[in-house]
Design a protein. Structure first.
Length: 61
């Protein structure tokens, strides 16, 4: 799981054995809301991080 803090909101991304990346958003005073589901060609995603420019990097097998 990784978090990217932006002005007024935060993005949370997670990955796992299903081969999908899930992105969630949360405002400063609001609940966590599902934003996007991204499918990948890999079956097993084992590491994820936001880069300084806001892109995602994922380790997979």
């Amino acid at each position: 799981m990784t978090i990217l803090k932006l002005p007024g909101e935060s993005l949370v991304a997670n990955c796992g054995e299903g081969g999908f990346i899930e992105i969630w958003t949360s405002s400063i005073d609001g609940p966590l809301k599902h934003k996007q589901l991204i499918g990948t060609p890999a079956q097993s995603l084992w590491s994820i991080t936001f880069l300084e420019n806001g892109d995602l990097a994922v380790g997979a097998k």
